[in-house]
Ligand binder design. Sequence first.
Ligand SMILES: Cc1cc2nc3c(=O)[nH]c(=O)nc-3n(C[C@H](O)[C@H](O)[C@H](O)COP(=O)(O)OP(=O)(O)OC[C@H]3O[C@@H](n4cnc5c(N)ncnc54)[C@H](O)[C@@H]3O)c2cc1C
Ligand SMILES: *[C@@H]1O[C@H](CO)[C@@H](O)[C@H](O)[C@H]1NC(C)=O
Length: 215
Amino acid sequence: MMLLVYLFLLFTVVFSKSPLKTSYDQCIVGAGGGGLQIGYFNHMANRDYVIFEKEPRAGTFFEKYPRRRKLISVNKKYTGSTDPEFNMRHDWNSLISHNDTMRMTSYTDEYFPDAGVLAHYFQEFAHQFDLNIQYNTEVKRVSRKSTTKGDFILQVSQGMMDHTVSCKRLILATGIGRPNGIGLISGEQYVQQYQTVDLDPERFKAKRVLIVGKV
Ligand SMILES: Cc1cc2nc3c(=O)[nH]c(=O)nc-3n(C[C@H](O)[C@H](O)[C@H](O)COP(=O)(O)OP(=O)(O)OC[C@H]3O[C@@H](n4cnc5c(N)ncnc54)[C@H](O)[C@@H]3O)c2cc1C
Ligand SMILES: *[C@@H]1O[C@H](CO)[C@@H](O)[C@H](O)[C@H]1NC(C)=O
């Protein structure tokens, strides 16, 4: 048992870049596009920040979604313009940074790229700018010290270990928490949810299909 604990500690030390502290000025939960972008600006401003990500990598939303794998956000690489502002408006995927090669347009020529490329790009972004991300770290509970002006107290779980971290500021960038509409529609037990519905059109051949959704 002790050996396991030692191995685990060794693993934690080797694989997470900087050790987890007990307090930070700024805590960001989630290393999707939102968390990475905020993390980047914190990093550049030399702030005391951390990003908590429950998965082992950044950007894993796009490893699974959209399920048909083609992004609906355009990657217009050749705009005919050299104006960075103009070009950014035609690049719907990139995060903002000082490095022009750290753009989604450097990763693929496809106008509607495979979503996996965006996940990969996000992972490279986190790596290139050396963002302070604690991976495999899930924020389980958020509370506040005594008054509403007190620090945020986070219960985080990292492998087998639980830690308490206090944060002056807290930014939640956790994306979609749960499937849309759950518990709202009667008869929803008959509905197949987007995250698991069979993508093979054969199953729906000559059948009536009602798609319920909203944007
Ligand atoms: C089906 C679908 C298809 C889409 N297609 C596109 C598209 O083609 N192009 C496009 O531009 N946008 C698309 N979007 C929109 C896009 O996915 C979101 O706008 C974007 O991902 C939001 O980024 P985010 O960083 O807020 O959240 P996310 O990318 O979801 O990231 C949230 C992160 O937080 C982590 N996390 C969550 N809870 C915790 C916790 N308690 N502790 C630690 N970590 C946690 C998650 O693991 C995740 O990595 C699509 C959305 C959906 C639902
Ligand atoms: C920009 O990113 C590229 C690719 O990751 C890297 O080779 C280069 O050194 C970076 N340049 C700057 C100024 O950070």
